[in-house]
Design a protein around this ligand. Structure first.
Ligand SMILES: NC(=O)CC[C@H](N)C(=O)O
Length: 383
């Protein structure tokens, strides 16, 4: 296709047939969207009506095939500002009806072209409502998308999907995290230094910390206790990230708790804090992914609308204070849709975490106060 405005070229769709095959044998036939070829991953659905660029570049989606429940995706194209990391991480992308002509003053290219450029295999033109209902009823499961030369008879494709690795038991942080430490400078006057462990961090998170006068030392997922304390941190931050929290090494988290350094974790970080306290983690049937999840802060009773992307959760008692090796702990936040644990708080030392995304990229900003709570903990430690 030729166009007089290559920055907004529409993607040619419809030519190439594609098929999506779930591990339980259900299949959906549509058209190739993005790169032509094959891909495998865990099928999950995201209910966000906006923020697809942030979703695609969230490293927590590594090895997941994301089904968008909003039917029309790609409307605002792809810009050079909203990526949350250096690349698209989703293993595959499923959209009912991709926008043919993106329109936004910041748009530089179409989403279809970006998926092609980054080699992301997708499918469009399928009944994403039926697929989402299937996943909601049967649970998240492995999936393959096939187009072009990868197409074959369904029995062959199904067998290949059933050979793909499971999300349960997957240890993925080191595959997505930075390999070199880097510093995000404080914006304005520097007040604190924080060591942020990159388990799959999104770009907005250090920014939210920096906005509060924090110099952020982003460290690789493999950082040791010595690496963390070498930056002389006022606080330690544990990021979001892909994979099964049961596979993560807890040495650093436990050392931080031992020393009572102020600690704040989000998402995967919440799961690692939970496991360090002795709670279990388990796989949710289909998880929470989207930007409109109602969460209650049990200390204030306030309900916040929050951004989520998690398939696992912490198993902690909702209505009692738990005794842990690091003092008393309680569930601070809960999801009002299904009572899943959405936050933990230690009562005898400065550590807390939430299961969701207060950096809100994309999503509502209701949970931004959590970054201020972290600052208060660090102030308290100095007083
Ligand atoms: N966004 C995240 O940090 C996700 C954490 C974990 N991989 C989960 O799916 O629950």
């Amino acid at each position: 296709m030729t166009t007089s405005n290559p920055g907004h070229a529409s993607t040619r769709q419809g030519a190439s047939p594609a098929v999506l095959v779930l591990e339980d044998g259900r299949t959906f036939r549509g058209r190739a969207y993005g790169a032509v070829g094959e891909t495998f991953g865990e099928a999950v659905f995201n209910t966000g009506m906006t923020g697809y660029q942030e979703t695609l570049t969230d490293p927590s989606y590594h090895r997941q095939v994301v089904v968008m429940t909003a039917p029309h995706i790609g409307n605002t194209g792809v810009n050079d500002e909203d990526a949350e990391s250096r690349r698209i991480w989703v293993a595959g992308y499923v959209v009912r009806d991709p926008a043919r002509v993106p329109s936004n003053w910041r748009s530089r290219r179409s989403l279809g072209d970006e998926l092609v450029a980054q080699g992301v295999v997708g499918i469009s033109g399928i009944d994403t409502r039926a697929l989402t209902r299937h996943l909601r009823e049967r649970g998240a499961m492995r999936v393959g998308i096939f187009s072009g030369e990868a197409l074959a008879d369904e029995a062959t494709l199904l067998a290949r999907v059933q050979e793909a690795p499971q999300m349960k038991g997957a240890n993925l942080s080191a595959q997505v995290a930075t390999t070199e430490a880097y510093v995000v400078p404080a914006i304005g006057t520097k007040r604190f230094t924080v060591a942020a462990i990159d388990l799959g961090i999104k770009g907005m998170t250090p920014h939210r910390l920096a906005e509060r006068g924090i110099e952020v030392h982003v460290l690789p997922a493999t950082a040791t206790v010595e690496d963390v304390y070498a930056v002389n941190p006022d606080g330690v931050f544990l990021s979001n990230g892909p994979g099964d929290p049961a596979t993560a090494d807890l040495t650093v988290v436990k050392a931080v708790l031992e020393r009572k350094t102020p600690l704040f974790g989000i998402c995967f970080g919440n799961q690692l804090l939970g496991r360090s306290l002795g709670f279990g983690t388990y796989k949710l049937k289909y998880g929470h992914r989207g930007i409109n999840q109602p969460v209650q802060d049990r200390a204030t009773g306030k309900v916040e609308i929050t951004a989520h992307n998690h398939g696992f959760a912490v198993d902690a008692p909702l209505d009692k204070v738990s005794k842990t090796p690091y003092g008393r702990a309680e569930v601070s936040h809960v999801c009002l849709n299904d009572n899943v644990v959405e936050g933990l708080k230690l009562l005898d030392q400065p550590a807390f975490s939430v299961q969701y995304h207060p950096e809100a990229a994309a999503g509502p900003h209701d949970a931004a106060y959590l970054f201020d709570r972290f600052v208060s903990l660090m102030e308290g430690q100095r007083a």
